[in-house]
Design a protein around this ligand. Structure first.
Ligand SMILES: O=C(O)c1ccccc1NCC(=O)[C@H](O)[C@H](O)COP(=O)(O)O
Length: 232
């Protein structure tokens, strides 16, 4: 695949402070994840989400993340956070995920019960998903654990966009993008001091490494060429 002008999307997940949301926007991150899953140490209350939403720059997506929340909880979060995208990480089915009238991503744990599922099966199971978050943890487990995603476990027949997640950091995201060419990358613990408390320097380095990976132009034969923009 020729990657000239390709831009890997970046999602920072589990933000709890308005300053972190502002910095994410300034760094050019595409989406920030606000977590409403009961099992998350990064969980925020819907009322707190309102302030975070107001700190978000224009043209940056707010993603509301759930894991087996009730429909009432999802609606309440939507009212306060006004997300542009939903992300479901539990055993929700397609009918549940689509009933809120917003595009959604389905989180899939690449270990355990969902390991080995083909892209065809995932697309048939979640026909209305806008895309998938392919995560390093076991299915049924919460994300944000820093468990490293196994690139070899990614189904090779994904036709919808997928966001790669699980144990990514500034130290490994370059290699992950180069080997998997995902639509986007998602990170929670790899840019944190502690759950929900992001670190500005780690956030910045993560973005720089994604940009560096995008800068490399791969020819049709997989050869690495020079970046048109910076000549490196
Ligand atoms: O991050 C959480 O606390 C979380 C809890 C419950 C369900 C999903 C959760 N996060 C999902 C994400 O999108 C994370 O960013 C993704 O799992 C990557 O996390 P990490 O390995 O820490 O970078």
């Amino acid at each position: 695949m020729k990657r000239a002008l390709f831009r890997t999307r970046i999602k920072f997940c589990g933000l709890t402070r308005a300053g972190d949301v502002r910095l994410a926007g300034e760094l050019g991150v595409d989406a920030v994840g606000l977590i409403f899953a009961g099992r998350s140490p990064r969980r925020i209350e819907p009322q707190a989400a309102r302030a975070l939403r107001e700190a978000l720059a224009p043209l940056v997506d707010a993603v509301a993340l759930f894991m087996d929340n009730s429909a009432g909880e999802v609606r309440d979060a939507i009212t306060h956070a006004r997300p542009t995208l939903l992300q479901f990480h539990g055993s929700e089915d397609d009918a549940f995920c689509r009933r809120f009238g917003l595009p959604y991503l389905k989180g899939i744990g690449l270990k355990g019960a969902e390991a080995g599922l083909s892209g065809r099966v995932l697309h048939a199971r979640y026909p209305h998903a806008a895309g998938f978050v392919l995560d390093g943890h076991a299915s049924g487990q919460p994300g944000g654990s820093g468990e490293r995603v196994d690139i070899a476990a990614i189904p090779d027949d994904m036709s919808k966009p997928y966001v790669l997640a699980g144990g990514l950091s500034a130290d490994n995201v370059y290699a992950a993008i180069r080997s998997a060419s995902p639509w986007g990358v998602d990170v929670a613990s790899g840019i944190e001091l502690e759950p929900g408390i992001k670190d500005g320097a780690l956030m910045r380095r993560f973005v720089e490494e994604v940009r560096r990976a995008d800068c490399i132009e791969l020819g049709d034969n997989g050869d690495i060429g020079e970046c048109n923009a910076c000549g490196r």
